[in-house]
Design a protein. Structure first.
Length: 399
């Protein structure tokens, strides 16, 4: 069986009612809602849905997610293992598409055939793809079973027209009936052909962005059986090995208003969704076990942190400079940013609240309520308060 670590992260965009969970069920055979199921041996991964593998039968020229060909029953050739990356909610999904673009290698863009295209959110998500420069895009035309053949073809033309001028222009458009796994093989073939595994720098110092942190112990667990805190995330470079001494930044604040202190610990466990690992390389989602008190890591307390070798991580700061552009949104009055305006920043896997301290020549200096550990050049999403909601308003990069 070819499990172990996935080598590719694919993000999912699209309206939450367009069948992302159903498509994930067709790919992974798991009804996972919005998170991966908990893993065995006390480690969970909850960014995204789940992992799946692509297999190919040479005799039938058929792609599938099964080791045995669905047509002839013979053993199929393993191609790749892939992690699906997603997060709930419209605005959250959009900011994740920008701030987590550093771990996403391609995108499946769902558009429902039973609605005219483009819907407002379809246009917004195309805007996000343009902002991030995400070029490895596959469009999935969902719910084609709910319309006539003639309407499905009309809708396909609407999609093609909506994609014109965007980074997704010319992307494959795959009609799918996910509830019955119809045409999933065509989607798998498109993934193989259109979303290559990027070259990874395994010689660089390891860098893992933490997207989950939690306590896996059940209430009432005997003290000798308590397991240390767990982190979930994705490596963007380098290699982590079981037993490595690592550092987590920005760390924790031991007292109110005291400086954040980095945490050092040894890796006690490494897992992909299905397997224990001796070492982890970039690509796919992994879980990392530690000897830390689980009260430190519970309830996603350390999401947005960065793990790497001691002394090899970026400096921690409560002030960032963002070279930004405002999004051209038709649904809100997205006026220029103002000094002293509150702002929500999504960068890497972190979400932070701040205030704009200065604006000059397209660069916003933002004073954060809590410090971040971020690389220069990292993609940033900016959300501002409009009415009673935080709305995605701009994007940029750390200057």
């Amino acid at each position: 069986m070819h499990f172990l670590q996935a080598e590719l992260n694919i993000g999912m965009l699209g309206h939450v009612d367009h069948g992302k969970t159903t498509l994930t069920k067709a790919l992974t055979n798991k009804w996972t809602a919005l998170h991966s199921e908990e893993l065995k041996r006390g480690i969970s991964i909850r960014l995204g849905y789940a992992d799946f593998s692509i297999y190919y039968c040479k005799d039938c020229s058929e792609y599938s997610v099964s080791e045995k060909c669905p047509k002839c029953g013979k053993k199929a050739e393993f191609k790749r293992r892939i992690s699906i990356v997603d997060s709930p909610g419209h605005e959250t999904l959009m900011t994740t598409a920008i701030s987590a673009s550093s771990i996403i290698d391609g995108c499946i863009f769902l558009i429902a055939a039973n609605e005219p295209c483009p819907q407002p959110q379809t246009a917004e998500h195309l805007m996000i793809l343009n902002a991030t420069g995400t070029k490895n895009v596959i469009v999935v035309q969902t719910k084609v079973d709910l319309v006539s053949k003639a309407r499905a073809l009309e809708h396909r033309a609407e999609i093609e027209n909506a994609l014109k001028g965007s980074v997704a222009e010319g992307a494959p458009i795959i009609p799918i009936i996910a509830t019955h796994s119809v045409n999933v093989d065509a989607l798998l073939e498109a993934i193989q052909e259109k979303i290559p595994t990027p070259k990874r720098d395994t010689t660089a110092p390891p860098r893992l962005y933490v997207s989950r942190s939690f306590d896996v112990n059940k209430p009432g667990t005997d003290i000798p059986k308590i397991k240390g805190g767990v982190f979930g995330g994705s490596l963007t470079q380098g290699v982590l090995k079981l037993g490595d001494e690592v550092e987590l930044r920005p760390g924790i604040q031991k007292k109110d208003k005291s400086p954040y202190e980095p945490i050092k610990f040894k890796i006690t466990a490494l897992r992909s969704e299905t397997d224990a690992l001796e070492q982890a390389a970039p690509g796919g989602l992994i879980a990392l076990g530690s000897p830390l008190d689980p009260s430190i890591t519970k309830s996603d307390t350390l999401v947005g942190s960065v793990v790497g070798l001691p002394g090899k991580l970026p400096e921690v700061s409560d002030t960032i400079n963002v070279k930004y552009s405002l999004l051209d949104r038709k649904d809100i009055d997205n006026v220029p940013l103002k000094q002293n305006e509150p702002i929500v920043v999504n960068v890497q896997t972190a979400t932070a609240i701040g205030v704009i301290a200065n604006l000059a020549k397209g660069i916003a200096t933002i004073k954060l309520k809590r410090p971040l550990c971020v690389d220069k050049g990292s993609k940033v999403a900016l959300s501002r308060k409009i009415g009673q909601r935080w709305r995605l308003s701009g994007w940029g990069s750390i200057n």
